[in-house]
Design a binder for this molecule. Sequence first.
Ligand code: IMP
Length: 403
Amino acid sequence: MPNVLVTGAQWGDEGKGKIVDHLAARADLSVRFGGGANAGHTLVVGGKKIVLHLVPAGILHPRCKGLVGNGCVIDPASFVKEIAELRAADIEVSEKRLSISDRCHVVTTFQKISDGITGKAIGTTGRGIGPAYTDKVRRAGVRLADVLEGTHLPLLAAQREHYAKLHVGTDLPSEKAVADELAAVVRELAPYIGDVAEETHRAMKDNRAILFEGAQGALLDVDHGTYPFVTSSTTTAGGASSGVGVYVDLHKRVAVLKAYTTRVGNGPFPTELFDETGEKIRAIGHEFGATTGRPRRCGWLDLPALRHAFRLNGVTDMAITKLDVLAGFDTIRVATEHRAGTPVYRDFEGFGSLEGITARDALPAAVTKYLAFLEAELDAKVSILSLGPDRDRTLVFREILGA
Ligand code: IMP
C-alpha cells in the first residue's frame, strides 16, 4: 500500500486538512511529522466546523488512526483541549485512535512567553513554536518522556534561567508551577504516548496505507522557505522520515495549493494584491487565520514559487483548492516569472459559478484551460479539485489512494 504525502505548496493554509480528510477515508494511519499548534486545519463535517491544530486530521475517520511523530512540538494543554473538542463533536478519541511520540518536545510556558515577545518581527502565531525548536536544537528542551519520567523540573529551571536573562523584567512563573502543571496535563495524555516510529514501521511492514500529513507550507520551511520569515521546522517531504523516526518511501506526493496565494505573518510575497481584488479574495475566501484569526494577505498564483515547492517535494499529484472563490472574476492572473523581483503575469479568462458541478467535463472551458496550463507548467496532474468547504465539494479526477 502506498505511503502518501499531503503537503502545502505555498505559505500554509492551502486547505490540506480537507484533502487529508478526503484521503483518510481510505487510509489506516495519518501521521503528523512536524510543526505544532501553529497549524490550523479547519474542516466542515456534517455542517459542523472543526478546527484541528496538532491532532492529525485523519482522526475524523473511524478506520484511520492519528499519529504525532517526534518532529512535532506539543503544547499538552492545547492538545488536551483539542481532544475535548473532538469528543464534544462525537468523535471517538482513544488509544486505539491516537498515538503521540514520547520524543516530542513540549512547548513550555516560558517558550510561549518568549514567542510573544520575539515573534513579532516575523509575525509568528505566538504558540511558542520557534523557541521550542530553538531549545530543542540548543539541547535545552523538555520531551514528553522527561515529563513522564518526572525528570523535567531541573530542565525547566534551566529554561527559566535562560529566558529570565533573555527577557529581563518580564514576569515568569516559577519552574515548580510550570512543572506541576505540565505533569498534570501530560498525565492525561499518558495513554496515548508511545513509540510512534515503531508503530509506523510495523504498519509499513503490514502493508498499511499511510498518510503523511504536512503542516504549514513549502515556503515556510526553515531551510527552503522565505528565510527568516519561516516557521522553525521542515515542512517539506524531507521532514517525513526524521519527523517520524523511520525511513519513509513516499510513493505519492500530493501538493495542495489554492487557486490563488495567501500568507499570514510578515515576509516577501511578490504577487500580493493591495487593491480591491485582494480584499475581494479575502472576503469571499474567508481568508482569516484558523489559529490566530489574523487577516491573510492575498495575491495571485506564483508559478516560480510553486516550481520551487514542487521540486522540493517531488510532487506527483496536485490538489487545487478554493477555485470557487475566483468564480465571477473577469480575469484570473498567474505569475509565470519574476523579472528583477517583479512578477510577470499571464491573464486567464474568468468563469461563472461552479456550484453544482461534480465532474471534470462539466467545468467551464475557461477552468479547463487554466487547469491544463498549470498541469503543463508544473509537470503534475490535478487529481483533486476542491470547490467548497463541504466534503461533497471535492471533485476527484484521479484516485490517489485505494484506486
Ligand atoms: P510560527 O510557526 O508560529 O513560528 O510562525 C512563523 C511563520 O509561519 C509566521 O509567518 C506564521 O504566520 C507562519 N505560520 C505558521 N504556521 C502556519 C500555518 O499553519 N499556516 C500559515 N502560516 C503559518
